[in-house]
Design a protein around this ligand. Structure first.
Ligand SMILES: [Zn+2]
Length: 238
């Protein structure tokens, strides 16, 4: 029988269970979450393997990176991941990884990102079935109405993680301004640039003429821009 090396790891957001298989991280999750047994069984069955409590280089690296992440010194995990699930679940988890540190998204947006706008409920299910927390940042998904939504590690932990990231993240307005017109689409959908002289709002990557710094204001959502009287740009269609 194959084995999955596991370790329990106490952190300030609760006790975690970490698992590695074939030098890849297949488990990083809350030890006492509701779906613990279901997630563990999926991983075990998917790999045809059992848990053995034993440390290894992958798990050591994971612990280090978790510590760095929780102290605000790491924004992305740099460990090979092994996702155990259906193709649909994997597509959702891969879309989650693309949500930038400090940003949030919604089930609906995630469904759109995998070109399956009608699959919102299934996307929410896949999000909840994530076995590799933090590295696959399911905590960055909130409800469309702005409420926090659920989390395997509990809502107070989710709130704490989002706060940590937002505090640390964060692009200052000057840094956001640097992105305007850079053609870098990384932050498209995560903040919007509104121009006071034209009353138009854009995606950061918009190729229209770069506005002067003093004329730009930033919003986190299109709704905020619209509420403040801005219209969507016809070039970048935010
Ligand atoms: Zn534009």
């Amino acid at each position: 029988m194959n084995q999955i090396n596991i370790q329990y790891y106490k952190t300030k957001i609760g006790e975690l269970i970490l698992g590695s298989f074939d030098d890849r991280l297949c488990l990083l999750d809350f030890r006492y979450r509701k779906m613990r047994t279901a997630v563990d069984n999926r991983v075990k069955i998917g790999l045809g393997a059992n848990f053995l409590e034993q440390n290894d280089a992958t798990l050591t690296k994971a612990k280090e990176q978790i510590d760095e992440y929780l102290t605000g010194n790491r924004k992305e995990f740099d460990i090979p991941l092994l996702m155990i699930g259906t193709d649909f679940q994997k597509s959702v988890w891969n879309a989650l990884i693309k949500i930038p540190y400090g940003a949030t998204s919604t089930y609906l947006q995630l469904a759109k990102n995998i070109n399956n706008a009608k699959a919102v409920r299934a996307v929410a299910g896949a999000n909840g079935a994530n076995a590799i927390a933090l590295a696959i940042p399911c905590h960055r998904i909130i409800n469309s109405n702005g409420e926090l939504g659920g989390y395997g590690g509990g809502l107070s932990v989710k709130k704490r993680l989002l706060k940590l990231e937002q505090r640390n993240c964060a692009l200052s307005d000057d840094e956001k301004y640097e992105f305007i017109g850079s053609k870098d689409t990384k932050y498209d959908g995560y903040f919007f640039t509104a121009v006071k002289t034209t009353m138009i709002y854009c995606l950061p990557s918009c190729s229209a003429k770069k506005p002067k710094r003093e004329n730009v204001i930033f919003y986190n959502t299109t709704n905020e821009a619209i509420e403040n009287g801005y219209r969507a740009c016809k070039v970048c269609k935010p």
